[in-house]
Design a protein around this ligand. Structure first.
Ligand SMILES: Cc1ncc(COP(=O)(O)O)c(C=O)c1O
Length: 422
């Protein structure tokens, strides 16, 4: 197995030499505070993302360059001996999700435009969000001193996500509708008011997000993985990955692109249904509740882009029930990760594709982790409490209540560790 650069692994075997540190990142287009010059001087990413941006206009919070985690134990013990399974940790980022990658590009461009003489000034930047976009927008705008306006579906995002835009000083509108309702409203409002729309139908976001694909190739020393599995909701990200991979192929950096898998929650699966119809019948739907709340979307704005990405990469769409995604998340955690439920959707899709023999034991496979697990702790608490209706929670690991005396503690530990009492 070739050893990726700037990747980590849970344990390192003697046959696998330590990965070399990567000095550049696909997303190191940030300004150094000291020099105000791009830190990734050898990186060509500014040209890839936003050509001709002046480094003084870049708004960056040192996003990108995320870890590629070798999911060695998960692959070996739970996926039939897979030995080349990786998790791209896009959620380990400033605001805890992959959205930072796109938001740096969008807010930089707005920053640049606001300093230029414009016939129609930009008074603020707005988005509808299932949580993570609003967090990223608010942080980048706060750093640049640009007003942010976020439309959120009331009671449908995690508390940790909600507090981010509030803390960063955004104008937060909590609306009694779902994400799709928020999206319709923000489109109407931005058509009337001088608010720049920051949702991923804005291609600047996707230009930034595509750098995760470039990073993966860079981390594998420009060897192309066989599969990349991405959880999908509004479906901008799957297209962004395709763009990044395809750009590297067109530039001659690699000779092929990986097969993409888009993973959806079964309760919010319009793309999956479209795929199953042989791409003949797209129906938007009212998304049902899912623990993967950031992909609870029934009318994805980037549906056509996603189809382009999947057709061009011989891609697959898979779905995961709530139990499948929560079990996959728990198993990943039990092997050293702390996955969010969206990553669980992607992992559950991997389990299914392995069972069906579509993804092989030796296939190099990357699962894209889109958010930090700490943003979604309530679902983990409920799972480990076995407090989810109609769910077995088979991998629950609840804390054990013990009397605070030596004998009681010893009894529990001897039983747990299978040690005979003396
Ligand atoms: C954590 C997380 N995962 C996945 C997605 C899905 O990305 P996209 O809407 O581009 O399909 C989102 C988007 O909101 C997200 O926040």
């Amino acid at each position: 197995m070739a050893t990726p650069t700037s990747a980590t692994r849970s344990t390192r075997s003697s046959t696998a030499p330590p990965p070399a540190a990567s000095s550049t990142s696909a997303t190191t287009w940030t300004r150094s505070r000291a020099s105000r010059a791009p830190t990734g001087a050898t990186s060509s990413t500014p040209e890839f993302v936003l050509p001709e941006i002046d480094s003084d206009h870049i708004v960056s919070l040192f996003e990108g360059n995320s870890n590629l985690f070798w999911a060695e134990r998960l692959g070996r013990e739970h996926l039939g001996g897979m030995n080349d399974l990786w998790v791209k940790q896009c959620g380990i980022s400033h605001t805890g999700s992959f959205k930072d990658l796109g938001m740096t590009a969008l807010v930089s461009q707005v920053n640049r435009l606001r300093r230029a003489p414009l016939s129609r000034p930009i008074n603020g930047v707005g988005c509808a969000s299932t949580g993570d976009t609003s967090a990223a927008l608010s942080a980048y705008c706060a750093a640049a001193g640009i007003p942010a306006i976020v439309f959120l579906p009331a009671d449908r995002i995690s508390l940790q996500q909600l507090i981010q835009p509030i803390a960063n000083g955004a104008t937060v509108l909590s609306l009694d509708t779902d994400f799709d309702g928020c999206m319709r409203l923000i489109r109407e409002v931005t058509a009337e008011l001088p608010i720049y729309l920051a949702n991923s139908l804005n291609s600047l976001r996707l230009e930034g997000q595509k750098t995760a694909a470039i990073e993966i190739l860079q981390q594998f020393n420009w060897q192309v993985p066989d599969w990349v599995i991405i959880p999908g909701g509004n479906l901008g990200n799957i297209y962004a990955f395709y763009k990044g991979f395809e750009m590297c192929r067109a530039l001659g950096l690699v000779d092929r692109v990986p097969r993409l898998v888009c993973a959806q929650a079964a309760n919010a699966n319009p793309l999956y249904r479209y795929y199953k119809s042989g791409w003949t019948d797209f129906q938007s739907l009212v998304a049902g509740t899912t623990f993967a709340s950031a992909i609870q979307i029934g009318d994805p704005v980037s549906i056509d882009r996603a189809v382009v990405a999947l057709k061009a990469t011989d891609g697959i769409v898979e779905e995961a029930t709530e139990e499948e995604l929560m079990d996959a998340t728990a198993l990943a955690d039990l092997t050293g990760m702390f996955a969010c439920p969206h990553t669980g959707v992607a992992l559950a899709a991997l389990f299914k594709l392995r069972d069906q023999g579509i993804i092989g034991t030796n296939d190099r496979t990357v699962v894209v982790s889109t958010a930090h697990g700490l943003k979604f702790t309530q679902s983990k608490i409920d799972y480990h409490d076995k407090n989810i209706k109609d769910m077995l929670c088979q991998y629950a690991n609840p804390p054990i209540s013990v009397k605070p005396d030596f004998g009681s503690v010893m009894d529990v530990l001897q039983k747990k560790l299978n040690v005979l009492g003396s």
